[in-house]
Design a protein around this ligand. Structure first.
Ligand code: PLP
Length: 457
């Protein structure tokens, strides 16, 4: 086989021709020359040309246990041969086992509603929150408070909750009833305050929004423990507990979106555990199966679930989806969680983040590094034109680092569309199974690429 023959029958040119003709790529402008991945092992992926890259983003923040886990493939195949599909109008063994396992991990009593994606899980959370208030004598409670910069999904409700204008503008009107407040973004405090001596106006903004909107109209607050895709915005430790007590004060439900932060990414089992709060609803996807198979879940506190149990025909949740809780996906999730436990990958995640923190310190002297923010093993490096003015780095400067890393065999990401001119935050979230050598490779590569890109102006 010559270098660009993918198999005896297919060449890379064949594939590219079909890709250019038939595939609509996600999120990017027309891409004439996409990287075509063929295989993966551990933290590494290989393209059809045989080039190897360290997958520094775990795909899209999702392949927590790393690539090429044969035991997951075997468990899926075995389940497919037993029974590949069963509905959750009734029940099936893997869904039951997984719901029980998730309860162990959540450290509380939750009912598990299964769906397919993170967006779905959030839609379900919104419907449950509204219906809960309806059935508890407060039918006017229907609005949700979210934060600017947050991403909660691509469907009309989840996009309504999203706080990134560029992702929304051409698709409006979206689901209604979503209000946004400024994020807890200490590096660029929207309230002009300084971390360590502030009065937590970011949390107060949530209370103000509830009061201004009228507490009788607000059903819930949705937050990620840290805003990940919107730029790794890590709140002060006090923030989430304050949000929890504001929700309690106004009978507003706290929905925590753990789509990225869950399943060890935060260095705890779930990101809200880093802050010691107990959500009313937890949504999860990505790391639930390490993306080996599509599955998401909305975990609802047992107390809330009570009001859906009524014998009246109208009190159940009127929501069904064909694929949610597919038995194969549930088995994949169980095997994935078994690996996370057996290999202590939650602890490993915190260790990876601590290694980044210690060994990337020299980057703080780089003229274009404004701040490095780490949560578990997820990291954001905010690039600026200069450290004093904090003017966001130009797209060109950000791209140079991303391309430089790719040339050296490291794939990294960038924050999603936020405000024009603010796509200046590099993101990393390597598999939690990354070896010490993998972590050293990430660090060496970043240091070398930043070193080669020192020029000002
Ligand atoms: N919530 C968060 C925090 C996310 O980052 C994402 C996706 O990146 C979603 C929800 C939506 O998940 P999905 O792409 O599976 O619909």
């Amino acid at each position: 086989m010559s270098a660009n023959e993918v198999s005896d029958l297919v060449t890379k040119e064949d594939l590219l021709e079909k890709d250019r003709k038939y595939v609509w790529h996600h999120m990017s402008a027309h891409n004439e020359n996409p990287m075509i991945l063929a295989s993966g092992e551990g933290s590494w992926v290989t393209d059809v040309d045989g080039n190897r890259y360290l997958d520094g983003m775990s795909g899209l923040w999702c392949v927590n246990v790393g690539h090429g886990r044969k035991e997951i493939a075997e468990a899926a195949a075995e389940q497919m041969m037993k029974i590949a599909y069963a509905t959750l109008v009734q029940s099936h063994v893997p869904a039951i086992e997984l719901a029980a396992k998730l309860n162990e991990w959540l450290d509380g009593e939750y009912r598990i509603f299964y769906s397919n994606s993170g967006s779905d899980a959030n839609e379900v959370a919104f419907k449950i929150a509204r219906q809960y208030h309806h059935q508890n004598g407060k039918p006017s409670k229907h609005k949700f408070i979210s934060r600017h910069r947050a991403y909660h999904g691509n469907s009309m409700g989840a996009l309504g909750a999203t706080g990134q204008a560029q992702r929304k503008l051409k698709y409006e009107p979206l689901g209604v009833g979503f209000q946004h407040v400024p994020p807890p973004y200490c590096y660029r405090c929207p309230f002009g305050q300084t971390k360590g001596s502030c009065s937590f106006q970011c949390a107060k903004a949530i209370e103000d929004a509830i009061v201004w909107e009228g507490a009788d109209s607000v059903a819930g607050v949705i937050v990620e423990p840290v805003i990940t895709g919107g730029g790794m915005i890590v709140p002060p430790d006090e923030y989430l507990p304050m949000v929890r007590s504001i929700c309690d004060k106004y009978d507003v439900l706290l929905i925590v979106d753990e789509v990225i932060c869950g399943f060890g990414r935060s260095g705890e089992k779930f990101g809200h555990m880093n802050y010691g709060v107990k959500p009313d609803i937890v949504t999860m996807a990505k790391g639930l199966t390490s993306a080996y198979s599509p599955l998401s879940a909305t975990a609802v506190s047992a107390e809330l679930y009570e009001s859906f149990k009524d014998k009246e025909a109208t009190s159940h949740l009127r929501h069904i989806n064909t694929f949610g809780g597919n038995p194969v996906s549930c088995v994949v999730a169980l095997k994935n969680m078994e690996i996370l436990e057996k290999e202590n990958l939650v602890t490993r995640s915190a260790h990876i983040g601590n290694t980044f923190r210690a060994q990337l310190e020299p980057l703080l002297d780089h003229p274009h590094v404004g701040e490095i923010r780490i949560f578990g093993s997820a990291m954001g490096i905010e690039l600026v034109e200069d450290q004093v003015s904090k003017v966001p780095a130009t797209a060109d400067r950000v791209l140079k680092i991303i391309v430089g890393c790719k040339q050296k065999g490291l794939l990294i990401g960038r924050n999603g569309d936020t405000v024009p001119g603010f796509a200046n935050i590099l993101t990393l979230s390597p598999p939690l199974s990354s070896t010490d050598e993998d972590v050293a490779f990430i660090i060496e590569t970043l240091l070398a690429v930043f070193d080669a890109n020192q020029e000002k102006g």
